[in-house]
Design a protein around this ligand. Structure first.
Ligand SMILES: [Zn+2]
Ligand SMILES: [Zn+2]
Length: 225
């Protein structure tokens, strides 16, 4: 059983004080793909064909647009628009309309950067499970983390069988870490609410002050812009 990827980034991000180290990893992975699509990839024939077929989701369009190099984005969106032109023909019957509606919906579901990011992240989920088995102290990094956002917790569970003969221990460590940290955050959120009572208004909020934005990360993952 071999590691799928370099483990350095995983170790580094599990040490970060955050609500989900996988979100931290995903930020780096996504940024690399955004960088590629704004630079070299834009000239490659294969990439242009894939961009034409899949296009970008609105979130990744916005992320590309807010970075430098608007020409790269314009060229790629131009390629995509050429493909979408196929759906813009005139139609003459209600039956055709229904079919076209489905085709348009279907054509809008995919995103080339989402696909690449998801493929990469699957390698991280598998590698983390393998590290649990192969690296003596890695379980401590999981236990001392603050748990994961819901999506990444589900993905780690989904790929837990990659921990092989230690898969039961692995899910036990994952779930106890998640359980403890979800309770921690819920209780910080409760403190935040309690301290809004005027009788306690002068008491310091401490960590609870940021409980709500951190719960946002726990529930929906980190907002990446
Ligand atoms: Zn996450
Ligand atoms: Zn996307």
């Amino acid at each position: 059983m071999a590691y799928h990827i370099d483990t350095g980034l995983i170790k580094e991000k599990f040490k970060v004080d955050c609500e989900c180290p996988l979100c931290e990893i995903q930020k780096i992975v996504e940024e690399q793909f955004l960088h590629e699509f704004l630079n070299d990839a834009v000239m490659e024939e294969n990439t242009r064909i894939t961009v034409g077929k899949k296009g970008f989701c609105s979130r990744h369009f916005d992320m590309l647009f807010t970075r430098q190099n608007k020409l790269s984005v314009a060229l790629q969106i131009g390629t995509r628009a050429e493909v979408l032109q196929n759906y813009m023909g005139e139609i003459k019957s209600a039956k055709q309309a229904k079919k076209l509606a489905e085709q348009i919906d279907d054509a809008s579901k995919r995103c080339v950067i989402c696909s690449l990011t998801e493929d990469s992240m699957v390698k991280y989920y598998k590698t983390i499970a393998q590290m649990f088995t192969k690296e003596k102290d890695f379980f401590k990094s999981i236990i001392s983390s603050k748990g994961f956002c819901l999506h990444h917790y589900a993905e780690l569970l989904r790929y837990s069988s990659f921990a092989g003969f230690m898969k039961d221990e692995y899910v036990s460590v994952l779930s106890s870490t998640q359980n403890r940290n979800f309770n921690r955050l819920s209780s910080e959120l409760k403190t935040f609410c309690d301290k809004h009572d005027y009788r306690r208004a002068l008491e310091p909020l401490g960590d609870a002050e940021t409980a709500l934005p951190r719960m946002r990360i726990k529930l929906y993952g980190e907002k990446i812009e």
